[in-house]
Write a protein that binds this ligand. Sequence first.
Ligand SMILES: [Zn+2]
Length: 292
Amino acid sequence: MKRFTLLFAMALIIVSPAALAKTVDAVASFSVLADIVRQVGGDHVKVTELVGTDGDPHAFEPAPKDSQSLAKADVVFVSGLGLEGWIDRLVTASGYRGKVVTASTGVNPRQMEEDGKTVTDPHAWNSARNGALYARNVMNALIAADPQDADYFRQHGEAYIQKLEKLDAWAKAEFAAIPQAKRKVLTSHDAFGYFGAEYGVQFLSPVGFSTEAEASASDVAGLIDQIKQEHIATYFIENQTDPRLVKQIASASGAKPGGELYPEALSAAGGPAATYEAAFRHNVTTLAGSMK
Ligand SMILES: [Zn+2]
């Protein structure tokens, strides 16, 4: 009887559509987006990330292996809004002819004047509401790449989108409980614009939207004055960026360390920010904790 059941189960596995369906070979530009693709795609996607954990997605020098990953990919995901300045050259070099899906499509972009130029803030995923939009774009792209598994992607995608919408509501409630005057912090670079706008937190930083920019001496002096005037008590380092400048500014202005944030790179597996959801939750808890 037992053997019969086992054989029957094996036969079911062999003929079930799930076993016939394919695995989508996906490439994602950086670790945060790679996790979103994994969450939505589950067992039906194999994700290769270009910029890995603790890596800086602005400044990246692709290696030959990255070109090879693109060459054999079914679909390539980027965040867009100018984050991956290096992607077009890599796509051309690899000979990849498929779709490059921009996960931030539909986001209301933030813009800022930086050194006399209007620049777009690429860090849209730091609002969980935008994160849900990323997940929806990823879901639709996976369905297009592998229509046989559409039901699977829809089920996983919708469940994940709901999770991110709850996360967004939770973050709003966390910060709403803190007096506005206390919701001010100093970070290494300007990665929290969407976060600040969504959750009512004011972020200051010596470096602009890209970690590739450099702060001038007068920028730094102005920032130190501003921190003192606005009584900004806490500063944060970022896992993917050199912390020296923010530490210098903090010591000149008297701000105290609040911990480490994960604005644009996940931690390695087993770390405090191994998924997008965990990174976001960690950032909210760490920031809100410093303001109480
Ligand atoms: Zn950044």
